[in-house]
Write a protein that binds this ligand. Structure first.
Ligand code: PMP
Length: 284
């Protein structure tokens, strides 16, 4: 079956969708993006994702040439065209084609494209046994270098972090900020549970304001689980009863081990409760 993407206003077969090699998203990582999940034909919290996209673009002084309603309709059309009711959407806005030289004034029109891919489903071994994390030597960029709220195409730090995890035989990497506080994983937020209290690092510590993170905090409140955003050190993570990662692509991933320290629970009761709640929320 032919796979479609959406490129600058049109549904186009993926094999025929082309972007110039002079696009500044490719040359300089000058652009923003979102990753979203589709469940039963509906894009989970699409409005929140598109608002975050727009706020990231605003921070880069990048004007998206489509309204959020048009982008929403584009995602819907793409889901229909690809005849798949579950999967992952990647929406990218680049500064557009320009000359060599990083000045954004070289670029007339942003390029906007949306990809939609199916995901392999089913319980994997990480869901059963928990993930193994290491702390990476790559620090999360500080606020005055690149505000972690901005979801730019600049993911090289995160990629280096992931490579370090791969090298160590771990599933993912924890990134610290310059004060040594835990920020998040390479492309997911972190939660820990200690004595029944759920905690996640605040955005000021270098965490992206994850849409899944928000959903999990709401679920916790509804389930009468105490939840807080609080700065945390590796000591707190090593001594947690439970830990897990959240992200649109990742959903909820239990963490069993951090830097060789086995946590109290590889797959804990709070995690399981929230995972079930998240499944109900996304599939209702
Ligand atoms: N942190 C980073 C660096 C990410 O790339 C992602 C994935 N978008 C997340 C956290 C999780 O965010 P969300 O739940 O909105 O997908």
């Amino acid at each position: 079956m032919e796979e479609f993407c959406w490129l600058n206003g049109d549904l186009v077969p993926v094999g025929e969708a082309h972007i110039s090699v002079l696009d500044h998203g490719l040359l300089y990582g000058d652009g923003v993006f979102e990753g979203m999940r589709v469940y039963n034909g509906r894009t989970f919290r699409i409005r929140e994702h598109l608002v975050r996209l727009q706020q990231s673009a605003q921070a880069l002084k990048l004007v998206i040439p489509y309204t959020l309603d048009v982008l929403t309709q584009a995602c819907e059309a793409l889901i229909t065209a690809n005849k798949m009711d579950s999967g992952y959407i990647r929406l990218v806005v680049t500064r557009g084609e320009g000359f060599l030289g990083l000045d954004p004034r070289n670029c007339d029109t942003p390029n906007v494209f949306i990809l939609y891919r199916g995901l392999k489903m089913g319980e994997d071994t990480i869901q059963q046994h928990g993930a193994k994390l290491i702390t990476t030597s790559v620090r999360r960029a500080p606020l005055d270098v690149l505000d972690p709220k901005i979801k730019t195409l600049n993911y090289i730090n995160n990629i280096l972090a992931k490579m370090e995890a791969n090298q160590a035989g771990a599933d993912d990497a924890l990134m610290l900020n310059h004060s040594g506080q835990v920020a998040e994983a390479s492309a997911a937020n972190l939660f820990i549970v200690k004595n029944g209290v759920l905690s996640t690092p605040p955005c000021e510590a270098g965490a992206l304001q994850g849409i899944t993170r928000d959903a999990v905090m709401e679920l916790a409140i509804r389930s009468n689980i105490a939840v807080e955003e609080s700065p945390m050190s590796l000591y707190d993570v090593y001594n947690a009863d439970e830990a897990f990662l959240t992200g649109s692509g990742a959903e909820l991933i239990p963490v069993a081990q951090v830097d060789g320290r086995q946590l109290q629970h590889a797959v804990g009761p709070v995690f399981l409760k929230l995972k079930l709640g998240f499944h109900e929320l996304t599939h209702k």
